[in-house]
Design a protein around this ligand. Structure first.
Ligand SMILES: *[C@@H]1O[C@H](CO)[C@@H](O)[C@H](O)[C@H]1NC(C)=O
Ligand SMILES: *[C@@H]1O[C@H](CO)[C@@H](O)[C@H](O)[C@H]1NC(C)=O
Ligand SMILES: *[C@@H]1O[C@H](CO)[C@@H](O)[C@H](O)[C@H]1NC(C)=O
Ligand SMILES: *[C@@H]1O[C@H](CO)[C@@H](O)[C@H](O)[C@H]1NC(C)=O
Ligand SMILES: *[C@@H]1O[C@H](CO)[C@@H](O)[C@H](O)[C@H]1NC(C)=O
Ligand SMILES: *[C@@H]1O[C@H](CO)[C@@H](O)[C@H](O)[C@H]1NC(C)=O
Length: 417
């Protein structure tokens, strides 16, 4: 009889359905988002935006994981920072560009207007920055060229709903303006992200950034005495040495039989936790993980004494998100079809780059994570002239066009020798 009940229980727990964008989960949990839905209309949009942001996190993860540049590398980013930056950009987008941003972020336009989204971010950012929890901060900023006059309504919404700090800079001096942005981000991330912007496009007129910083102490710290050198198995054939922390304690864990993944919750000394997921097969987990799994794990985790080993590490990641966002359907903002008339009617604008950098440090006392997203906005007229600079090894051919007779053929690897 007991066996039967256990089996039935399992089946029910396993029936997690990963829904597409715009849907919200069934709400068995008693967290903040569900309480929001019983309130007025604006509380409902906070819940819708929150759900969309969660779905967006895993869609962006999968896109990044599939990207050729990510193969064999760690992946670490802040979905909260990326969605806040893109939502702030969508304030100034119109037409198809706006539709693509909304749908890419997972906002259902028959349920949410831009104003709903702005108000929801206002609530979410305020909550994230709650001063009673000094360990977390999140915010945005906008850097505007001295010669560029965005619509006042655009700046007003950014200030009011996204708490954007505003600065005037001279983008003609591209090194200085990049330094100004980098200095701001470095300060807001307590030195963790020190060079968000590597170089600025000559025709930049505006630069939007969002940052996030989190520093937490474990509720129960690891004892340095048990930290030992150990191996980490990168794959079947590769081992690398790591510094492994160890603690035997009561921990909340859950074994997900569908994803063949064991989940460990490491609580911080606050309302935050780190979830660590150890799958049998990484692809099974990363292809299928969705917000409903997280809800299920948090709900059904059980406290049991467990001997836990976690490596101490410090990682940094850096992404240009142009391709990834394009693959997620946000194409027009990058090209000559960009419609950013909510920022300026007179000037034709486009997004030049979306960059993202993140860091994560884990040790015996806790974890520190930081990230920033930057969106460069440029004048489109400049973008019509493609640049083709042969400043690296290239091949040459001298050919007769009609007969295609090849007169000369070569490769230039150093024009000075
Ligand atoms: C948007 O919401 C409407 C109304 O609830 C629903 O019919 C539609 O399927 C949703 N669209 C998407 C893309 O989820
Ligand atoms: C801030 O956090 C405190 C304690 O966690 C909570 O009581 C308060 O409601 C929070 N404020 C906001 C604006 O979320
Ligand atoms: C959050 O806190 C930081 C630093 O205290 C501040 O600069 C930023 O404007 C705040 N953001 C919000 C959304 O209140
Ligand atoms: C930037 O350069 C442009 C063209 O070179 C010029 O028209 C403009 O006045 C310059 N802006 C500033 C603030 O120096
Ligand atoms: C999970 O593991 C079991 C037993 O090892 C295996 O039979 C099953 O196919 C695995 N499921 C997935 C989705 O990998
Ligand atoms: C956790 O927080 C409580 C109250 O804020 C404090 O008394 C305690 O020392 C903290 N523990 C650690 C390990 O920082």
């Amino acid at each position: 009889m007991m066996m039967m009940r256990a089996a039935v229980g399992l089946w029910v727990l396993s029936a997690v359905i990963c829904v597409g964008r715009g849907h919200h989960h069934l709400g068995h949990d008693d967290d903040q988002t569900v309480q929001d839905t019983v309130g007025d209309g604006s509380a409902n949009s906070v819940s819708l935006v929150n759900e969309a942001n969660k779905e967006f996190s895993f869609r962006l993860y999968r896109q990044l994981a599939a990207d050729a540049d990510s193969q064999g590398k760690n992946i670490f980013f802040s979905p909260a920072s990326v969605s806040a930056a893109l939502a702030a950009l969508s304030v100034g987008a119109q037409g198809e560009t706006h539709r693509q941003l909304f749908s890419g972020l997972g906002f259902n336009s028959s349920l949410l207007t831009q104003t709903d989204v702005d108000q929801a971010f206002q609530t979410l950012l305020q909550r994230a920055n709650n001063t009673s929890q000094m360990d977390a901060s999140e915010g945005t900023a906008v850097f505007v060229d001295d010669d560029f006059k965005p619509k006042p309504e655009f700046l007003q919404t950014l200030k009011q709903s996204y708490f954007a700090d505003g600065f005037n800079v001279d983008f003609n001096k591209s090194t200085e303006s990049a330094d100004t942005i980098n200095k701001y981000v470095k300060e807001k991330t307590n030195g963790k992200i020190d060079k968000l912007v590597e170089g600025l496009d000559q025709s930049t007129v505006m630069y939007l950034i969002s940052y996030i910083y989190y520093k937490g102490k474990w509720e129960t710290p690891f004892d340095h005495e048990f930290t030992k050198q150990d191996d980490f198995n990168v794959d079947e054939n590769t081992k690398v040495p790591v510094t492994m922390m160890n603690m035997e304690e009561r921990f909340h864990t859950y074994h997900d039989h569908v994803l063949n993944t064991t989940v460990l919750q490491l609580p911080f000394n606050s309302s935050y936790s780190m979830l660590l997921m150890l799958p049998d097969v990484m692809a099974t987990l990363e292809n299928r993980i969705c917000p409903n799994h997280v809800t299920k794990w948090l709900k059904w985790m059980k406290s049991r004494t467990t001997d836990v080993y976690i490596p101490k590490f410090s990682i940094k990641t850096s992404y240009n998100l142009n391709d990834v966002l394009t693959e997620m359907g946000m194409t027009d903002m990058f090209g000559d079809r960009a419609n950013l008339r909510g920022i300026s009617e007179e000037q034709r604008l486009a997004v030049s780059d979306v960059v993202h950098k993140a860091t994560l440090d884990v040790d015996e006392t806790g974890a520190t994570a930081a990230a920033a997203t930057g969106i460069g906005i440029t004048l489109m007229s400049f973008r019509h002239v493609p640049v083709l600079k042969f400043n690296r090894p290239f091949m040459v051919l001298i050919i007769e066009r009609h007969t295609e007779k090849i007169l000369f053929l070569g490769k230039i690897i150093n024009p000075t020798i």
